[in-house]
Design a protein around this ligand. Structure first.
Ligand code: ZN
Length: 240
């Protein structure tokens, strides 16, 4: 099985289509939540994932968009986008988001949005948090997003090692347990505006990270035309 793993698409259809085109023929598409929020095309993004039979989990923005999560702890731009998304999405999108589980285990891999122990809230950004989550994971490997930064946390025998996942990085799934973050399709935050995702090749036992350039201008124009905060458009040009 070759699986494209996508996270934090955030209603950015242009970035999603660029990634799907780049991935080409894959056996499955998994997503790690935050399918909606921030961006201008929530319904079209969900429709594309349905069309491609993608499976995955719920993110904090997905939960907030259907009223399932308090938005007090969202920053002003995120909150404005959640409110816009709530008013904009159609019934089919709302039903699809409502059916997403918080976690999914497929063979020896767990899919979550934030962290394995707190899927909707916790950010895995430091070694201790990664280590504690690897301890409670319950499967050999974990896939997560939420930070919008592509990295791998590798449980070496004596310590957890952080690997910054540059474009083209390949990593063997064995012999160590791992927590893998594909980065964000629709709103990267590592200073690289290109859409990020990873491909897991189960036969080869390898994962590979990729970056895909896409035209941010029409997405920025759509964000502004929708009346969403302009900062959400500006940040796409710089990947921040
Ligand atoms: Zn996100």
């Amino acid at each position: 099985m070759r699986i494209a793993v996508l996270s934090d698409i955030h209603s950015n259809l242009v970035a999603l289509d660029a990634v799907l085109d780049h991935a080409g023929a894959v056996d499955a598409i998994w997503h790690l939540g935050d399918v909606v929020g921030y961006g201008p095309e929530p319904d079209a993004v969900v429709a594309r994932l349905v069309e491609r039979s993608a499976t995955g989990v719920r993110g904090n923005h997905d939960a907030a968009a259907i009223g399932g999560l308090e938005i007090d702890w969202f920053n002003a731009d995120a909150r404005a986008a959640v409110e816009w998304t709530r008013e904009t999405i159609g019934d089919a999108t709302r039903a699809w988001l409502a059916a997403l589980p918080e976690r999914l285990a497929v063979d020896d891999i767990t899919l979550v949005h934030g962290s394995p122990r707190d899927p909707l809230r916790e950010y895995v950004t430091d070694r201790l948090t990664a280590s504690e989550n690897l301890d409670t994971l319950g499967t050999r490997h974990g896939l997560h997003g939420h930070t919008h930064v592509p990295v791998a946390w590798v449980a070496a025998p004596d310590r957890v090692v952080l690997v910054h996942a540059q474009d083209g990085l390949r990593l063997a799934l064995e012999p160590h347990r791992t927590l893998l973050n594909p980065g964000s399709v629709g709103q990267p935050r590592d200073g690289d505006p290109r859409a990020a995702y990873l491909v897991m090749d189960q036969e080869a036992g390898m994962v590979a990270w990729h970056r895909v350039a896409y035209d941010v201008a029409p997405v920025q124009a759509a964000i502004r035309a929708a009346g969403l905060p302009w900062r959400l458009a500006d940040r796409l040009a710089v990947g921040a």
